[in-house]
Write a protein that binds this ligand. Structure first.
Ligand SMILES: [Zn+2]
Length: 91
């Protein structure tokens, strides 16, 4: 079996930022997807990943739409997942 076809454990809220390894914070994913995710987003929080996505999509978005998205995404503390996610969102 190629390692790309194997699965690994991803921390939804990054372990590198001291989030736990409890099951609710773990997502099992294929190695190929897992590596792609970290290539694109490193160990960003999910809100930061959304901001990165908006910035990467900047040329495809109308300027006012892009600014509205960035204003919305930064209107809360992007480092505090509890201002972003209810318990049922982080499984
Ligand atoms: Zn990971």
């Amino acid at each position: 079996m190629k390692s790309e076809d194997q699965y690994s454990r991803h921390h939804i809220l990054p372990k590198s930022r001291f989030w736990s390894s409890e099951p609710s914070n773990i997502e099992i994913m294929k190695n190929s997807i897992h590596r792609s995710l970290h290539t694109l987003f490193q160990n960003q929080m999910i809100a930061e990943q959304l901001i990165t996505t908006v910035e990467l999509s900047g040329k495809a978005l109308r300027e006012d739409v892009r600014q509205w998205l960035l204003d919305t995404l930064t209107s809360k503390n992007i480092h505090d997942p509890y201002t972003w996610y209810k318990d049922e969102c982080v499984r």
